[in-house]
Design a binder for this molecule. Sequence first.
Ligand code: SF4
Length: 201
Amino acid sequence: MKVNEIFYSLQGEGHYTGTPAVFVRFAGCNLRCWFCDTDFERGSEMSEDDIVASVLQYPSPYVVITGGEPTLQLTASLCEKLHAKGRFLMMETNGTHELAAGCQVNWITCSPKMITEKDGEGKLATIRLSHIDELKVVFEGSPTQDMSLYEQISANEYRLQPCDTGNAERNKEVLAKTLDFILQHPKWKLSLQTHKILNVR
Ligand code: SF4
């Protein structure tokens, strides 16, 4: 398995915000999003047992399996080995690739992505997951972002996260639009990138 990094921090986003967790970041992704801020290409080969041993160095039972796109590499046997050690598995996925047969994950967060067609039109990448606990959408505050597309995706929880544009003034505008949208559409809850606010990983 090609792993980008394994580190210990707080879950910064979504339902489990503030939870201490071990992050297992798999290398590789099947999409190329223009806004991607993850260095997912680089990685080292690790066996399943190496990964389990790294995870067990840390005291939290929570493990965030992320990437890149973790469904490209996650196996049922790695899930079993981590469960056998009492770990609670949370996954962050773009949802475009099915889980391998037998993979048991306790919590699935899906962050759907827009892809650009050959004709230049934006289209929501097809979701191939049979179950989503939490749908997390990055809100750009743009009238061209059709939120009804996301609402057609079945999930237990819907979270909206203001896009980090890299510009403080623009971020204030996006946050205000995010709050306004949530107040008008209470199916959605706010997700903040608290790790950036706290300046931790
Ligand atoms: S799906 Fe996620 S990891 Fe992959 S390119 Fe898009 S933002 Fe980056």
